[in-house]
Design a protein around this ligand. Structure first.
Ligand SMILES: C[S@@+](CC[C@H](N)C(=O)[O-])C[C@H]1O[C@@H](n2cnc3c(N)ncnc32)[C@H](O)[C@@H]1O
Length: 288
């Protein structure tokens, strides 16, 4: 079979599915042989590119001492939006194994304060306090408050994702509700003008959650960093300039769930079946 090449970007670079050589210039060693891929081959190519990117971020993470390639997602969010400043207090929700906390410590510097929380115990990250517990559990929340010692937070970063069962609709819906709970717990702790970034999984309710969050911030944007492994399912919400005075009375979770109920028609009361007319009549026996 002749080698298959897939053109990338501006058409100058290509990769060869035979030798898996990414990024060579098609005018060099494989000059002149460019085949148009079939849909199947094209999907294969997309999958290959996705894996290649993931491996590349993993290698970079290893080389730079980060515990997880997800560290680059936070770095890219920071490069794009400049959320964190030296001396800030940061809450890192869903911090295991600690990649985002490592980046957060670098960003806030020696005067800053980083508190991480995860269900999984983390290896220590120098300069951060990493708590083990469920962020929705009042006991864990109390420990976060103790750690803050009355201070407010400048930036909340959340990469939280619940355990995956494999049933996409259910997993996505659980993840969205968890994010709403994280907002409800941590927004009262966020300073005026502060920022909040969180991972979301694309699907039902994303726009409804954005709508529920919007009154709290002057800008709310969706952003997909290049380092996102699966850009089709994962997106980050970047909320800036917290406006505590504008908070609606109802919680974000309540407003989110109400909106999703309307969307999927879940709040309609099901009516029972119409009684059917029958031609049968009941007659009494004469001797009764
Ligand atoms: C993708 S990982 C985070 C990776 C991290 N940002 C890093 O760079 O190392 C998502 C984490 O969310 C955590 N998580 C899920 N539900 C949680 C909950 N209710 N409370 C705290 N952490 C939770 C999981 O244990 C998991 O470690």
């Amino acid at each position: 079979m002749s080698p298959l090449y897939v053109l990338l970007g501006d058409g100058q670079d290509a990769f060869c599915l035979d030798c898996l050589d990414l990024g060579f210039n098609k005018k060099s060693i494989h000059e002149g042989i460019v085949l148009v891929p079939t849909v199947e081959e094209s999907n294969m190519a997309d999958h290959w590119i996705e894996n290649h990117k993931r491996d590349s971020w993993r290698k970079q993470a290893k080389a730079s001492g980060y515990r997880a390639r997800s560290a680059f997602k936070l770095k890219q969010i920071q490069e794009r939006f400049g959320l964190v400043r030296q001396g800030d207090t940061i809450l890192d929700v869903g911090c295991f194994p600690g990649g985002w906390s490592q980046v957060a410590v670098e960003l806030v510097g020696p005067e800053g304060h980083v508190i991480g929380v995860d269900l999984e115990p983390c290896q220590p990250v120098e300069g951060a306090v990493l708590l083990t517990g469920d962020i929705t559990d009042p006991y864990t929340q109390e420990r976060v408050l103790e750690e803050l010692g009355g201070d407010l937070i400048n930036v909340i970063v959340s990469d939280i994702s619940p355990d995956i069962t494999g049933k996409w609709d259910m997993d996505q819906s659980v993840a969205m509700t968890l994010v709403a709970d994280v907002f409800d717990f941590s927004l009262p702790l966020l300073k005026k003008g502060g920022a909040f970034t969180t991972k979301l999984f694309q699907g039902v309710g994303v726009q409804e959650l954005i709508d529920a969050v919007k009154p709290h911030f002057s800008t709310v944007r969706r952003y997909s960093p290049d380092a996102s492994r699966n850009s089709s399912s994962e997106v980050y919400l970047v909320c800036r300039n917290h406006m505590p005075w504008n908070s609606p009375k109802q919680s974000i979770r309540e407003r989110y769930e109400e909106a999703v109920d309307v969307l999927v028609g879940g709040n309609e009361i099901e009516e029972g079946p119409e009684p059917t007319k029958t031609s049968f009549t009941v007659r009494r026996r004469k001797n009764e």
